[in-house]
Design a binder for this molecule. Structure first.
Ligand code: 13P
Length: 269
């Protein structure tokens, strides 16, 4: 049975009080049954101000974790508005997104900056989720492979294999392929296209870090209950990084439950 990584990026949504209500509901609905550490890992990525309360509300059971949507690459200093990786770690945060396309396009994160953040996250003992993906223009111009290669290679330049040792089930790092044209548009990538890029990503990872190196690869971009079974059944898609559908417990967990249901019925692939 495949372990599913169900990660929810809340972006700039939810007040702390709403985040806590979400956690309470989530905990009630994930007791037993399909929910155990061998079958699923959930991570929530709230806005900075909600990270501490969310982490405190979550049990330390290895099933649900708390992460941040970004983090800065220096430890301290004159960086108005920034939050360091150590600060995130100090409030019990275990994961951090780096290189999300909204950080790249709205806040100007370059490939080089993403690489520095990635290295810092690893140094701080956080598990980074490296996000990358092409624009629609790049896809239509046949540049997808080139763009993915550039983003990945520049992000992990200078990393040592020991830093990313962990593997596919207990990762030290995760990759999240998010084609920009599929984010928040309701238009997900075709499962075969998502699979192709995730397989390419895994190959690049192994080329760079050795044949035994591995990590989970998530797909993100309009993932919802209705398309999760097809996406998650692909061999190189280990999970989903979910935006809109992660804001309600029902639609968030429905992504996983639909996949499991389809699998139990033997109806996928
Ligand atoms: P949507 O699921 O809303 O398309 O967002 C995807 C995303 O950006 C997750 O990081």
């Amino acid at each position: 049975m495949k372990k599913v990584f169900l990660y929810g990026n809340w972006k700039m949504n939810m007040l702390p009080v709403e985040a806590l209500a979400f956690c309470n509901d989530l905990l009630t609905r994930t007791k037993g049954g399909l929910y155990n550490a061998a079958s699923i890992e959930i991570a929530l990525f709230p806005a900075y101000i909600s990270i501490a309360p969310v982490v405190q509300a979550l049990p330390d059971d290895g099933i649900i974790r708390g992460g941040a949507q970004d983090g800065w690459f220096e430890d301290r200093g004159a960086y108005t508005g920034a939050v360091s990786m150590d600060m995130l770690r100090s409030v019990g945060c275990t994961h951090v997104l780096v290189g999300h396309s909204e950080r790249r396009s709205i806040f100007g994160d370059t490939d080089a900056l993403v690489g520095r953040k990635l290295r810092k996250a690893l140094n701080a003992g956080l598990v980074p989720v490296l996000c990358y993906g092409e624009t629609l223009e790049e896809r239509e111009a046949g540049l997808t492979t080139k763009v993915i290669e550039r983003q990945l290679k520049s992000a992990w330049e200078g990393l040592d294999v020991a830093e990313i040792a962990g593997g596919r089930l207990t990762p030290a790092i995760l990759l999240a392929y998010e084609p920009i044209w599929a984010i928040g548009t309701g238009r997900n990538a075709r499962p075969e296209d998502a699979q192709e890029v995730c397989a390419l990503s895994r190959n690049l990872f192994k080329e760079r870090f050795g044949p035994d190196a591995d990590c989970p690869i998530l797909y993100g971009g309009s993932v919802k209950e209705s398309n999760s079974a097809e996406l998650l059944s692909r061999p190189d898609i280990d999970g989903a990084l979910v935006g809109g559908a992660s804001l309600k417990v029902e639609s968030f967990l429905g992504i996983y439950e639909n996949y499991r249901r389809a699998q139990a019925e033997g109806g996928i692939m």
